[in-house]
Design a protein around this ligand. Sequence first.
Ligand code: KIV
Length: 269
Amino acid sequence: MNQRGKVTINTLLKMKKRGEKIVMLTAYDYQMALLEDGAGVEMILVGDSLGMVVLGYENTLPVTVDDVVHHLKAVSRARPRAFLLGDMPFMSYQASVEDAVRNAGRLVKEGGAEAIKLEGGRRMESVIRAILDADIPVMGHIGLTPQSLHRFGGYKVQGKDAASAEKLIEEAKFLEEVGCFSMVLEGMPWPLAGKITKSLTIPTIGIGAGAGCDGQVLVINDMLGLLEEFAPKFVKRFGEFGKEITEAIKKYIDEVKNEKFPGSEHSYS
Ligand code: KIV
């Protein structure tokens, strides 16, 4: 891949063909988008995970289209080289095809997304077709889809028995055939994700789906270790920034209380 060129759908498809791993992270603001893009990720997702890690909700369900548009605007101001995706929040595409197209359009037109991601397989057929007809690329998302939390009865790994594994293989095939350019495989056994990946010509991006996917995605807050108590099996912490931030804030408190900050070097004469 041309290291300096803008990442597009074509870049991602070529990476799959070459067997080159694709790296995706979530971002929710301008500064993090600059850092991730500068480090060289290929895809940035303004995920509905923002509901939990930015807005403090218990799950992703309360997130609105306005929330996603607001954060997309901030991220797209970084003008990333990475391909920028906006996540369709719960009930922004389930009630009607018209809603779905209008809301996908908002993520692109107002937020600056280059594609949208939505959860679900065949039952989303009419919605996916209509969004694609509006010239908006669609990324699918199957497996442990967090917006189905209540139907699943919790955050449960999917595709563990033969019948549900077969269903996921079919859903993935459907998403490719209907025209999705890529899909997220979340929370499923790694052999299944590997099998799905091998059966497709479009790239799969895994989270809790093992190493056989064409790429990986993590929530930035999780991989940076910002929330110390959140440690599910599928997350690897690449830093312990929660601890570092707390230490820095404690030092600041100490220096203000003990009149060490501001010193003369931080004061105007
Ligand atoms: O909302 C999100 O961040 C996601 C990714 C983790 C795939 O959907």
